[in-house]
Design a protein around this ligand. Sequence first.
Ligand code: PHE
Length: 408
Amino acid sequence: MNSTVRVGWMSALAVATLVSIGVVGCKAPKDGGATGETSTKATQNLDIKTIKVGEFSSMTGETATFGQESDAGIQYAVAELNAAGGIDVAGKKYPVAVELQDDQSKPEEAKTVAVKFASDSEIVAVLGEVASSRSKTAAPEFQRAGIPMISPSSTNPDVTKVGDYIFRVCFIDPFQGYIMAKFAKDELNLTNVAVLRDPSQDYSVGLADAFIKEFTGMGGKIATDVSYKASDSDFRSQLGQVKNANADGVFIPGYYGEVGTIARQAREIGIKAPLMGGDGWDSSELVKGAGGAGGALEGSYFSTHYSASETSKRVQDFVAAYKKAKGKEPAALVAQGYDAMMILADAIKRAGSFERAKVRQALAETKDYDAVTGRITLDENRNANKSGVVVQVKGDKFVYTKTIEPKQ
Ligand code: PHE
């Protein structure tokens, strides 16, 4: 684990007095979909000068761009909050400091980090993870300790089912499956789509199943449904099956690392059908892995949370300000990380308290929050009900194609 704290902590620690708000062995309140597991609330220090937020992200490893982009958004939000003097809590402003822990893209490491954060009496809430499998291994630790956790972008439905302290500010995969099924059917006129999934990732399995359910529900057929391992480098046997099945489209709900290789090998063996994916494709490294701009992924489509080329004023103002500060366009995960931190700040302010249980309650009451990635209301399962977008790979850009609204 590598830890980085951005704002000096020692001053706050030096004056710290431990105040226990612990409620030992109580039942977590039942709150739509929560498992209500027995929780032993950890001790919290409320005598603080700075609001300490834990962040666990994949800064290195297989999906390093997920952590790096998400962190960039979180840090950008913190800079904005602190430039305004911090978060107003009951009439006084407190600066925010984020302690970042790198989980190296490993679920076991995410759990180790969570155990560490859970015993930190200064932490008010935690942001993370991007990948669903990592959010899922960490979440039970925060639920047990009674520390609110907000995932910026884990879309597997099970993540927030862990309990009433676990939130996300993104949509979930049953909706994302619907987005791409609808797009495949209505916009690309596909009828017989092959699916390639990675059984080791909760995200991949959940999104593959959701797509199949929606697409077949719309009258589409699944040509074949084959499994791969992300760590493999040769996907030709699976792709051979896709080719033999005469699929007119290929849905690959994987992560950017393997998707580039799969796309290259698909084109090499003569698969010409359009390739499609979900938000796991959303990475500055995606196109590189597919042979660069104009390579194997040219013209492909995937669903994601936002596009920097959306025309709304909220998005364009954010893009312009971020570009001015950082010299580049904010990726979808930057926007998600930013929104997650800002929604937490909003909840702390509304709670008027650092108390974790009160912050949790305020988070649960998040309603019509005007986030960069859409208007966010957290539902009774602590998931964000919001629209998604489909983007097309053109050169090394992801070009905005369509917004899909939540099913009513
Ligand atoms: N939704 C993906 C998951 O749950 C993570 C992800 C989100 C990746 C957004 C890229 C962009 O695993």
